[in-house]
Design a protein around this ligand. Structure first.
Ligand SMILES: [Zn+2]
Length: 178
């Protein structure tokens, strides 16, 4: 079966605010499974449902996984309705995103966060995170609110990226055009 497609900026669906998940149905479980497949395939360390076109509050992450020889141990985290319930300190982290092709930039984030959500069994999960994991939680939960990391960088850097991206898209549409 084909993998779900990852939406890319400037797809307007990335800007929607996602709805809470009220019931963990088979559909939600299947979506989580699809998202993990896409994440490991890309590869990435996190993915939010809106990135595959589903406007629901669901994220998957695996910040330990490394694809060095394709045999890295997988330790996936699936969180339904995640929210940041505490944040502390700040740090600067260089971020990238599967939905923002060919770009990375420094973003200021909280250094430590506490995240609360539900797992696929409906049990409450509370995760404390720092550094990369804290950044990843903030980045993925931002997606649920329609926010991309390029919305958190300087206006100048953002507009440089947007014009570069628009140019790349024009070339994609008209291959061979100058
Ligand atoms: Zn992202």
């Amino acid at each position: 079966m084909a993998l779900r497609e990852v939406l890319q900026f400037p797809d307007p669906r990335l800007k929607r605010v996602s709805e809470p998940i009220e019931k963990i149905s088979d559909e939600v479980r299947a979506l989580a499974r699809d998202m993990l497949e896409v994440m490991y395939d890309e590869p990435g360390i996190g993915l939010a449902a809106p990135q595959v076109g589903e406007a629901v509050r669901l994220i998957v992450m695996d910040t330990d996984w490394k694809d060095e020889d394709g045999a890295g141990e997988r330790n996936p985290l699936v969180l339904v309705n995640p929210e940041i319930i505490a944040r502390e300190g700040s740090l600067i982290w260089t971020e990238a995103c599967l939905s923002v092709p060919d770009f990375s930039a420094e973003v200021e984030r909280a250094a430590r966060v506490v995240v609360r959500g539900t797992n696929l069994d409906g049990r409450e999960v509370v995760e404390e995170a720092e550094e990369l994991r804290a950044v990843c939680f903030q980045h993925e939960i931002d997606h649920l609110d329609g926010v991309l990391f390029i919305d958190r960088i300087s206006r100048l850097k953002r507009s440089l990226y947007v014009s570069k991206r628009k140019k790349a898209l024009r070339l994609e549409e008209a291959p061979g055009a100058r």
